[in-house]
Design a protein around this ligand. Structure first.
Ligand code: AGP
Length: 609
């Protein structure tokens, strides 16, 4: 996600801006820029690449300006280039803006502003903001920003300044974080607390729907209707490193808790609620491709592969297209029977995994059309695919993938519903039910996150066990794979995911008294069968933790510990069921004193074979 830094006070602004952006680098970015006002004009310096590239471009020049804005960009719309970097200016060059978030209706706004004579330089969604503000600007930046934002749909943390209003910064927040730092004769704005800590611990935490006017003399906060808002001072007692994790002990826990926001961002603009259709224009897949599709191949590694297994079940169930799913390192060497007319879906959080990139090339070499589901704009996978379905999870720092996984699932649900719609294989009411539930799934995740203490207690109970089993059928089996990998890779406890119906064909021999079994029983059509598997392992002495929607069964039948999932459409169960499993793995690793964010032997992106 982007980093924002603003300053208005008595110090030279540039060192404060650069210093603040450096403390936001952990958020991930691919370009950086600043804007200051001096010598009668706005000076904008911005470069693709790291902050060091920008600092070199500033070339040790001394700037006298005492107010300005800085930005580190995590590319969403528009590749990471100098032109696409923020800040962006209006036509007059007298207004400048930085932005964090996604403007859903930017195409419409861009076309309208062009018809009003505005000239655009970049291909970002953000650039509509300075031109929209310019459209309404007379002599009050606050009013112009307020009026401009009335037209904007999406998420935004916006910071704007005007050459003709020295010292005055205007900010607005909607579904993207912004914090105001309170100083003596100086004030600060940042997208996250770490950037403020060297200067102040006193802050205002802006809420969604709030704007503020920030100057050296003070800060005034309003709601979007212009009504003044009283803000309590939030005093930050975190150390800088703790602040990067927003107060969480580890990036992994922070990212688990970011999942509701990541899901909202990934779904934003991709569900038309007027007719309950999936909207995937970005894929540039025409109806003909969808209708004539003979086969889909999904290939990925690790957690992304587990998302692909869910994708297989869901695409086959909804769109009635045969799907093969392969681990990428297997796909590329098995001489796959993939041909022109087939669709290959390549999944990769980083977009740089060597095996996955090689599998992508193999699919293309054999004539398939390639869709990439990835979290990194401009990554190798994104550049080499025919079309891209981005997950907007934001940078994932922890080696163990969590928010990327659930947003990959969301991408597969959208794709499956879209394919089903084009192929006419899903009744309208069922499609609406699934999309309605998908739009609400973030609340279900929030409910489960609120129950984290209970999951921690279970993790504490089993933290020293030799081995755990994860069992399930259908979609539950797919999630069992992910739960098993999470536990293994960060707590180093051996775990095995098994198709519940397959246990009796051998592995049941390993189930003895006290062996923990995590059973997933979320699918109504498979519930009774899974229940018999639970009884099967309990009869051999297993201790069973069951994840289920069922609340009308006697507890002893269901297992020793029951985790009830909030209601949703059964096909979406994986998004909910994985959350307790992520938390279970996290707390087991913490209790075992493991390096949660950087487990031994592992890398965040495996760019070698
Ligand atoms: C996930 O928890 C693992 N760290 C790992 O399996 C990862 O999912 C795999 O390496 C694929 O990475 P990618 O999604 O960046 O391609």
């Amino acid at each position: 996600m982007c980093g924002i830094m603003g300053y208005s006070g008595y110090q030279e602004a540039v060192p404060v801006l650069i210093g603040g952006l450096r403390r936001l680098e952990y958020r991930g970015y691919d370009s950086a820029g600043i804007v200051i006002a001096e010598n009668g004009g706005l000076t904008i310096e911005k470069r693709a690449g790291t902050l060091d590239v920008l600092v070199r471009a500033l070339n040790n020049r001394r700037f006298t300006a005492t107010f300005g804005i800085g930005h580190t960009r995590w590319a969403t719309h528009g590749s990471p280039t100098d032109i696409n970097a923020h800040p962006h200016a209006d036509c007059s060059g007298r207004l400048a803006v930085v932005h964090n978030g996604i403007i859903e209706n930017y195409r419409f706004l861009r076309n309208w502003l062009k018809s009003e004579g505005h000239v655009f330089k970049s291909d970002t969604d953000t650039e509509v903001l300075p031109h929209l503000i310019e459209q309404y600007y007379q002599d009050d930046l606050y009013q112009a920003v307020s009026r401009a934002l009335e037209h904007v749909e999406g998420s935004f943390a916006v910071l704007a300044l005007a050459l003709d209003e020295p010292g005055r910064l205007i900010v607005a927040r909607q579904d993207s974080p912004l914090v105001i730092g309170l100083g003596e004769r100086e004030n600060f704005i940042a997208s996250d607390i770490p950037a403020l800590l060297p200067y102040t611990q006193n802050t205002y935490l802006l809420n969604d729907g709030e704007m503020a006017e920030v100057s050296p003399d003070g800060v005034k906060v309003f709601d979007f209707n212009g009504t003044p808002v009283f803000k309590d001072v939030f005093q930050v007692n975190w150390e800088a490193e703790q602040a990067e994790k927003a107060g969480y002990d580890h990036f992994m826990l922070k990212e688990i808790h970011e999942q509701p926001r990541a899901l909202r961002d990934t779904l934003r603009g991709r569900v038309d609620e007027s007719c309950w259709q999936a909207v995937l224009d970005e894929l540039d897949l025409d109806r003909g491709v969808a209708r004539s599709l003979k086969k889909v191949f999904i290939t990925a590694c690790g957690t992304a592969f587990h998302a692909g297994v869910v994708g297989k079940y869901v695409i086959e169930k909804l769109a009635r297209v045969p799907v093969e799913v392969d681990i990428a390192s297997e796909f590329r060497y098995r001489d796959p029977l993939i041909n022109a007319g087939d669709l290959a879906i390549v999944v990769s959080q980083s977009g740089e995994t060597a095996d996955t990139r090689a599998a992508l090339r193999e699919a293309r070499r054999r004539g398939a059309r390639v869709v990439a589901i990835t979290n990194v704009v401009g990554s190798s996978v994104a550049r080499e695919a025919d079309s891209i379905l981005y997950t907007w999870a934001g940078p994932e720092i922890a080696v163990a993938s969590t928010k990327a996984y659930v947003t990959q699932l969301a991408a597969f649900y959208l794709l499956a519903v879209w394919l089903a719609g084009e192929r006419g294989t899903l009744p309208d009411d069922e499609r609406e039910a699934i999309l309605r539930a998908l739009r609400e799934i973030d609340h279900g995740v929030e409910t489960l996150l609120a129950d984290a203490d209970r999951i921690a207690a279970l993790a504490h109970r089993y933290q020293q066990r030799e081995c755990l089993f994860f069992i399930g059928r259908g979609l539950d089996y797919a999630v069992a794979m992910e739960g098993s990998l999470k536990l293994k890779e960060i707590s180093y406890i051996h775990a095995e995911a098994y198709a519940a119906g397959e246990l009796k064909h051998g592995t049941l021999a390993l189930i003895t008294a006290g062996v923990p079994v995590i059973a997933l029983a979320t699918q109504p059509d498979l519930f009774d069968k899974t229940l018999s598997n639970i009884k099967e392992v309990k009869a051999r002495g297993a201790e069973v933790v069951t994840l289920t929607f069922a609340s009308d069964h006697d507890t002893e039948d269901l297992g020793d510990h029951i985790i009830h999932l909030p209601p949703t459409h059964p096909v979406l169960a994986p998004i909910l069921a994985v959350v307790p499993l992520q938390l279970f793995a996290y707390y087991a690793a913490v209790f075992r004193g493991c390096a949660v964010d950087k487990p031994r032997n592992l890398a965040k992106s495996v760019t070698v074979e």
